[in-house]
Design a protein around this ligand. Structure first.
Ligand code: COA
Length: 354
């Protein structure tokens, strides 16, 4: 009987996957055969969706099918209830996704979920701000329509490009906690919609996707580059972690940080310079504290700068991560359904015996 535990499951291989690969030593992320830098520079979100779903094992959907799915989800918005906006964004998203009925056809369910997520998140965000939800325009690009439904007007092209690059960059990331969660659910032969709702629930936590809002709070609290070091030392002295720094897999700077730093540059955000100063100070301090453990910026650091610069409120940062990652989860669920085995690990009983 196994009696040693590995509570974080580091290094445990639970699936063969064609969807993405993270090389934590070199800082390389490959998504369905392309480096993240290349994919984010040239491919709109719909193209990246096609790639990950094809890698998962189904035909890539036409962009028009994703637009039509946004239109179909809009029909459900009146049924989401008047109290939706009182929930946290991630709770609102998982609740709203529960209104989708799984057909059992994974390819169709994936498109329905990918199309619905931005419609539900934007409707939640609008209601929260005291505005009426805005209907999708199925003819627009996914990122453009998501931004338009949130801000209630045609967005600036530069903001759409930056948001599109963000959504491509975070579409998949190998066996993240939320992806593992979705795959565990799928491994029981549960349906795709249930599996991706599980992904939303896992992504919500601050150690995973909940960090970018707090990263922006940190920039606000620091205010100016000269305050960074003292503020960061105060956080560590209080026993708190620096949000947006460190990663379970990367031993170097998360490659997505560079992609997002580049994507936000044309928007001339006043926060970019501060973010760079805070990153440098945090890396230096964490290196002094933990010289054996490289703790560098992760994806959430520049996510905060980018999503703020395109005009999304910070409460919408984690749900926006989900609006993209739902495509990666869907691809993994499809792959799990096609090739996987029931995931059922073991535990070491340390309680008393009768
Ligand atoms: N700030 C301060 N200390 C940190 C840290 C951070 N951001 N990240 C890691 N550490 C410390 C840990 O406390 C640990 O110290 P200890 O050995 O004295 O307990 C040490 O560095 C090694 O941690 P590690 O095992 O590498 O971390 P992990 O794999 O458990 O955690 C994260 C990875 C991402 C959860 C962690 O780095 C973190 O909490 N980051 C902040 C939250 C965040 O940005 N999340 C988004 C992830 S994409």
């Amino acid at each position: 009987m196994a009696n040693t535990t590995n509570p974080g499951l580091e290094g445990v291989m639970v699936a063969d996957t064609r969807i993405s690969d993270v090389d934590g030593e070199r800082g390389r992320l490959v998504i369905a055969g392309a480096d993240v830098e290349q994919l984010a520079a040239v491919t709109p979100f719909e193209g990246a969706v096609g790639r990950v779903l094809a890698a998962g094992g189904v035909d890539p959907p036409a962009p028009a099918a994703i637009g039509a799915a946004r239109g179909a989800a809009w029909e459900l918005v009146p049924r989401l209830g008047d109290a939706l906006h009182l929930l946290d964004g991630m709770d609102a998203l998982r609740t709203a996704l529960g209104h989708l009925r799984a057909s059992g056809n994974d390819a169709a369910d994936a498109v329905a979920a990918i199309g619905a997520a931005p419609v539900f998140v934007a409707a939640w965000s609008r209601r929260r701000a005291g505005h009426a939800p805005v209907a999708p325009d199925p003819a627009l690009g996914h990122a453009a329509d998501y931004l338009r439904m949130t801000i209630g007007r045609t967005p600036d092209d530069g903001c759409v490009r930056a948001l599109d690059a963000y959504m491509v960059t975070v579409i998949d990331h190998a066996m993240s906690a939320s992806t593992f969660t979705a795959r565990v659910i799928a491994s029981t032969q549960s349906d795709l919609i249930s599996s991706v709702i599980g992904g939303v629930c896992a992504l919500k936590g601050p150690l995973h996707g909940g960090a970018p809002g707090p990263v922006l709070d940190m920039f606000d609290a620091i205010g100016a580059p000269g305050n960074a070091e003292a503020w960061l030392l105060g956080e560590l002295a209080a026993g708190r972690r620096i949000m947006g720094m460190g990663h379970r897999v990367y031993r170097v700077r998360d490659p997505r940080a560079a992609v997002l730093e580049e994507a936000v540059r044309p928007l001339h955000s006043p926060r970019l310079e501060l973010a760079r100063a805070v990153e440098n100070a945090a890396a230096k301090i964490l290196h002094e504290r933990k010289p054996d453990r490289s703790l560098a910026a992760n994806v959430e650091f520049y996510t905060a700068v980018l999503l703020d610069a395109v005009g999304l409120p910070r409460e919408q940062f984690a749900p926006t991560f989900a609006v993209s990652r739902i495509a990666g989860w869907s691809a993994h669920v499809i792959e799990q359904h096609r090739t996987g085995r029931l995931i059922r690990p073991a535990s070491a009983y340390v309680g008393p015996m009768p």
